[in-house]
Design a protein. Sequence first.
Lengths: 181, 193
Amino acid sequence: MINDKNSRKIADIIQDFSRKHSLFMLAYGTGCGAIEIPPTTTSRYDAERFGIRGMATPRQADVLLITGYLATKTLKRVIRAYEQMQDPKYVIGFGSCTINGGMYWDSYNTVKILSDYIPVDVYINGCMPRPEAVITGFIELQNLIKEGKANGAEQYKENLEWYRENQRKVIKNWKMPDYNW
Amino acid sequence: MTDKILEKEQQLVQLLEQTFKNCTGKVVRERRVSVSVEKELIPSVLSYAKSQLGYIHLSHMSCVDWIEKNKFEIIYILWSPADKVQLFVKTMVNRENAEIDNIDMIWKQANTYEREIREMYGIQFNGLVGAQEFILEDWEDMPPMRRDFDTIEFVDDNFTFRKGREDAGNVREEIIKRSGEEIPDFAKKYSRD
């Protein structure tokens, strides 16, 4: 039991406990849902009692929030920000535009399925989700971390070619650095 | 009673019709006047309105695609804070090789509106200075706001949807079944089927 690789060791349990209770989200509002972030973090629907607060740069943040529709112009910048974040990192998709295109399903400029381009851990549905729903989404992420299933970052590293192929189909002028993990 | 209230607007229409040739005007309602001119006269009409008549504010500039008449219509919306009347100046431009003069020197904000129209409709403004790319990045197809650009075909070619949600299909039919009303023909094109 101690040498079984798949069992949760005591070190993993302590590590995940401390990670899930201090999630720093990157202060980057990519779409219209960013208007639900200030109510969530201010005093009425307090998110800081869960340990969630904003952080300035990608290198210091844990969670990337994709709040709403993602135009192809923004996708290029979001990929750079995501690749600069350090492990462990998680992605949360807000709203119905990340799930299946949402209100902009027939637009020539937005991306329809988000998890073809970036690995997503939790989706929160709504247009836009209320602050209570946002906090429920974070608690869902906390439960996934506790069970050890929030593996978006490792999926990205293993299937990098597949993600890159999807990204290049949509982004024509590919001037991005090659990251070497 | 109503004649007295619309005096300012009717005076404006008469003045513009007498000063410029082939200019037809109409009083739409109180505080709104609409005037149609030819495209060669646009810089003169706009600078006359700005300097002599007190229409010193350009509120907006927009474009309508009349594909049946094979023309674009460009609309300038002016506002006079002294008289508090809104003036619409409209022109028609040919759809092939569309071009019109740049009015950047009269109002500086026209630069932004003209760059947006140039990118979204493909109309060339003579003498407009500004980077080619404005809102869209690396766009190689035809200008997307024209009516012969088919967005649904473009989306089907370049993007995919999630499987298993085909039952989400046509919301309009569901609404019709429940309420019993007819959808008009022009709306049928935008259903998901």
